[in-house]
Write a protein of this length. Structure first.
Length: 262
């Protein structure tokens, strides 16, 4: 169970290894449908990529840490590792789905199979795993796929990996094929920006203005990045992602009068 501090994302402090006070006996969130209003937008944006289910149902065979408190500490530690592995699985699957990944498709499949095998390891083996080294190996492949995909965009492209664009005025900017891996775009104005084939791996989009932006073919964009950003009905999204419920819908004007021309 990860820690969080009272902030704009979380209404309270919670130390690591302690259950949230809103966790119910059935392990459901007691305020799930009201998280934003209750001051927990960070929970809305959090994605464990299915790691929680894997740890509970597979690694620990369905054991309940409430009924068997001895497993609790180890389960929490394993979850941290499992989430990293499941996140890598998501990125590898996304990379395999890209047509330009052809030259490294075999390597991607092997990396996917190796990562999936790790998720079925015993708890002790997972705790001894060097996730940093494995992540680095996978990232080399993912960066190669990114380069192959972005090379489809002719001409110079923005190199903004790890750059700080906090509050940047990028409205209407042509960011096609940009490398924005790990970029800080907190509160950036990306209204109507074109992010086609831009690599958004790990980019911080909190409070970024994505109204009217084109993200339809952005690379490695995940749902939680959208959930912390601001967009609208004009924002173009990849088909596999969902328009966040808090984004305003399309405006609907009054119905035309019968005596008015169309």
């Amino acid at each position: 169970m990860p820690a969080f501090s009272a902030s704009a994302d979380f209404a309270i402090d919670k130390p690591a290894g302690h259950p949230c006070p809103h966790l119910q006996a059935d392990f459901r969130c007691g305020i799930h449908h009201d998280l934003r209003r209750q001051g927990f937008p960070g929970c809305v944006a959090y994605d464990c990529f299915g790691a929680g289910q894997q740890v509970c149902q597979v690694t620990f065979g369905g054991r309940d840490w409430r009924q068997d408190p001895r497993t609790a500490a180890q389960m929490y530690q394993v979850f941290t590792i499992m989430r990293q592995l499941h996140e890598l699985l998501w990125y590898l699957a996304a990379a395999l789905a890209l047509r330009p990944a052809g030259p490294v498709r075999g390597e991607l499949r092997r990396a996917l199979e190796a990562t999936r095998a790790l998720t079925h390891s015993q708890a002790d083996a997972l705790l001894g795993l060097d996730t940093g080294q494995h992540r680095q190996q996978v990232n080399v492949l993912l960066q190669r796929v990114s380069e192959l995909a972005r090379s489809q965009v002719p001409g110079p492209k923005l190199e903004g990996r790890g750059a700080d664009f906090t509050g940047a005025a990028l409205a209407g900017a042509d960011l096609t094929g940009a490398n924005l891996r790990g970029a800080r775009l907190l509160g950036a104005d990306l209204n109507r920006a074109d992010l086609s084939l831009a690599d958004l791996t790990g980019a911080d989009l909190r409070a970024a203005d994505l109204r009217g932006a084109n993200l339809a073919t952005s690379l490695f964009l995940i749902q939680s990045q959208l959930d912390v950003a601001r967009g609208d009905h004009r924002t173009q999204l990849p088909p596999e992602l969902t328009r966040p419920a808090h984004w305003p819908p399309a405006a609907t004007g009054p119905a035309p009068r019968p005596d008015m021309p169309p």
